[in-house]
Design a protein around this ligand. Structure first.
Ligand code: ARG
Ligand code: GLU
Length: 724
């Protein structure tokens, strides 16, 4: 039976009838006609074509993929981009020094000459998208093996993208949707000259910090601004001082109008990753095993970094970006586990799988095609859990410290040193490369960093060993029992203190004169003694098995999802998020969080004053903002009640990547910037619950108030197209 499953075939999904939809869904702009009526019924005044039109300018021309994981939008015809503070965070931090601390104090370019080029930052604008399922699957038949199938698909993709990018400077990517039942092509322009224009101080842009992160009610002024530059022909170009501000085909109008509960909104952006079709086996592993393990490891890491960050401003800057990333997932997964359990997601999935089985068993040919599917899933998930758990403990705990990350490079050096086919020259080059990266690691107060890094190593290795390594690696257990009487911490401390990696002098000596014959010096190092076998096994066999099983899963999901779409013919499906442009829509709405707790739909500056705590970095409110508050100097940005609105929530179905996405009203005007979800709703990547799932947006009026009244950057306000 299982063999049958590997023999695959494709379904071209028929056009679905329009039916009323829930708030769930991340819709393909190219097929938005299907949602148009529903959107208009909910309050949209514009048309699907106003949102996406390949031939005329439409809202899509104002939207971009910002960097590689956020969204941004044009808010002036001089290429001015609005996105989140946390999306520009890395850039803001990397241009900051203790003397010129833009992270803490904010940054405002008073004219274009003061804007700061951001090397490596790109923005990607979609020119058009196209359903290329028929072309990609051309030549694929039902009785091919998976690898034959993949070969044909890869060949087709190469040819199609080549044709789409010939002589036009575009890039084209083709991505599967519905696990390869269909394929979409995205043809885009990539702009490489992007400059930092403005960012509020951290106590506005990240107000509430990681404590408030993922939470409602929220008071974060989470925005920053950049500008896209182009060559004289308005085309993408490498950075040059001769470049000029890009003139977008479309810029968003900004609306200062009041919002009411129930008002229609939509979000247009680049959601990254959702998994709505997961089977019960997968959801169970996430909720019971993977999420809890990562949360535990990251709790230990964050404890160390947070303490260090509170010690000195220099350390705050050094770890800010790393910690923001680690803390973000850590907190989200906690919400996810709670949500999955509260909804009994596993039970719901099992219920669905029962229905699916009944549907399958109704017909003989279905039985033949899909009869073994669920068993096959169960089987693969069981196998995978071995490899996934290994990967999780190695990547999250084993490689948490900077020292162990460097050790991986040393292991690679050992490997090539032992190989007959690698030249002495190559080996030398590699050693020099490692030395270069070690230079960064040793530079700038290494003594202090070493203490922090050692703590990270000690804490993570403790978890690694007790929760995983002790039972998995006999060599390690025996060594610790024999030489350290079972005291693993002593052993790990010995490693950290004695590896040459934490001894700058020794490291330079070994690496600067390194040649193949000296490989034993590396092999005998204490860190290699432990990492070699662990990394060796993972790299040699286990990683391969992880990938093979993941591929098998994808194939199974292709069949499964194809079958579900047949089974639920009436339902309008949307493909899982895959970091491509999507529209999601809903209404501004509060929610009931738990017994007797009802949340309103917007927050105000009043709430910032209530949260103020001058002793906590993330809750400091600056005098300037307080003065504006005391004088109620809100100008045209206040709401009809005279309040300064800060953030609001709505039922739009969003996920990571939607950060920075414009939140638009029924007329297509910009009313907010998406930046988060509520903690109660973070399981929506797997299972959506319209009662509690909410996206959190910055009210555009607070954003403009900060730019105008707080920072006095009238130059930027003047560029914008504001409707009152
Ligand atoms: N939770 C938001 C997102 O997923 C914002 C993260 C940045 N903020 C923070 N406090 N770490 O990206
Ligand atoms: N902050 C997230 C991001 O960076 C958006 C929040 C979410 O996951 O919905 O994209």
């Amino acid at each position: 039976m299982k063999k049958k499953l590997i023999v695959l075939f494709l379904f071209l999904i028929p056009l679905m009838p329009v039916i009323t939809m829930a708030d769930e869904g991340m819709w393909l702009p190219i097929l938005l006609q299907r949602n148009e009526k529903d959107m208009q019924k909910k309050g949209m005044k514009i048309t699907a074509k106003d949102i996406y039109d390949a031939n005329h300018s439409s809202l899509k021309d104002a939207i971009m993929l910002f960097g590689s994981g956020c969204t941004g939008e044009f808010i002036s015809n001089q290429g001015l981009v609005l996105t989140n503070h946390h999306c520009g965070y890395y850039q803001i931090v990397s241009h900051s020094t203790v003397e010129n601390d833009y992270l803490t104090n904010g940054f405002w370019a008073r004219n274009k000459n003061e804007e700061i080029p951001c090397k490596g930052l790109t923005v990607t604008l979609l020119v058009y998208m196209k359903d290329v399922s028929n072309e990609v699957l051309n030549g694929v038949t039902n009785n091919m093996t998976e690898s034959q199938r993949q070969q044909i698909i890869n060949g087709n993709i190469k040819a199609i993208t080549k044709q789409a990018t010939e002589n036009n400077g575009y890039i084209a990517t083709i991505k599967p949707i519905y696990y390869g039942n269909q394929y979409m092509m995205y043809v885009s322009q990539v702009f490489k000259d992007v400059r930092l224009v403005g960012a509020p101080p951290s106590n506005i842009g990240k107000f509430g910090g990681d404590t408030d992160n993922w939470m409602w009610p929220r008071h974060t002024g989470d925005f920053s601004m950049f500008r896209v530059y182009a060559n004289k022909n308005n085309e993408p170009a490498e950075y040059s001082k001769d470049n000029v501000p890009y003139i977008p085909k479309k810029t968003l109008k900004i609306s200062l109008k009041d919002k009411k509960e129930g008002d229609f909104t939509f979000v247009f952006g680049y959601p990254g990753h959702t998994q709505q079709f997961l089977t019960s086996y997968a959801v169970e592993q996430i909720a019971d095993v993977y999420d809890p393990a990562i949360i535990k490891i990251r709790t230990a890491i964050l404890d160390v970094y947070n303490k260090a960050m509170n010690e000195t401003p220099a350390q705050r800057l050094r770890y800010a970006s790393t910690v923001a990333t680690i803390a973000n997932g850590w907190k989200k997964w906690q919400g996810e586990v709670k949500g999955l359990n509260r909804l009994d997601a596993v039970g719901q999935k099992q219920e669905f799988e029962k229905e699916f089985t009944i549907w399958v068993n109704k017909k003989k040919d279905r039985q033949e095609e899909y009869g073994g599917l669920l068993d096959a899933f169960e089987d693969i998930y069981k196998k995978l859990s071995y490899y996934k758990t290994e990967y999780l403990y190695i990547s999250e705990a084993g490689l948490a410290s900077d020292m162990t990350k460097q050790a991986i490079d040393i292991l690679n050096l050992i490997e090539i040193s032992r190989s007959d086919t690698t030249s002495e020259e190559k080996v030398k080059q590699q050693a020099n490369k490692i030395l270069e990266s070690l230079n960064k690691y040793y530079s700038y107060d290494y003594g202090t960093h070493k203490q922090v890094d050692k703590k990270i190593f000690m804490e993570t290795m403790k978890i690694f060993y007790n929760d995983y390594g002790k039972s998995k690696y006999a060599f390690l257990r025996e060594k610790i029992d024999r030489d350290y009487k079972g005291n693993s911490e002593k052993y790990f401390e010995y490693i950290y203190d004695n590896t040459f990696l934490t001894n700058e002098k020794k490291a330079r000596k070994i690496l600067s004169k390194y040649k193949k014959s000296k490989v034993d010096k590396l092999i005998d190092d204490p860190i290699c003694e432990i990492m070699s076998p662990i990394w060796g096994q993972y790299k040699k066999e286990d990683r391969e098995n992880l990938l093979i099983n993941d591929d098998k899963l994808d194939s199974l999901y292709r069949v499964y999802v194809g079958a579900i779409m047949q089974m639920e013919k009436e339902k309008d499906f949307y493909p899982d998020a895959n970091l491509t442009l999507r529209v999601t829509y809903g209404n501004i709405k509060g929610f009931k969080a738990r017994d007797a707790v009802n949340y309103e739909y917007y927050t105000t500056l009043e709430g910032i004053m209530q949260k103020e705590d001058s002793n906590i970095y993330d809750y400091v409110v600056e005098k300037k903002l307080k003065d504006l508050y005391n004088k109620k100097d809100y100008g045209r940005y206040q709401n009809s009640k005279g309040q300064m609105p800060v953030a609001f929530i709505a039922t739009n179905h969003t996920t990571g990547g939607n950060s920075g996405s414009p939140v638009l009203d029924g007329e297509g005007n910009l009313i907010g910037v998406n930046f988060d979800r509520n903690w109660e709703g973070t399981m929506s990547d797997i299972i959506y619950d319209k009662e509690v799932c909410r996206n959190i947006s910055l009210d555009i009026r607070y954003c403009l108030f900060i730019i105008d009244k707080f920072a006095g950057a009238k130059n930027l306000i003047d560029e914008m197209d504001i409707v009152e």
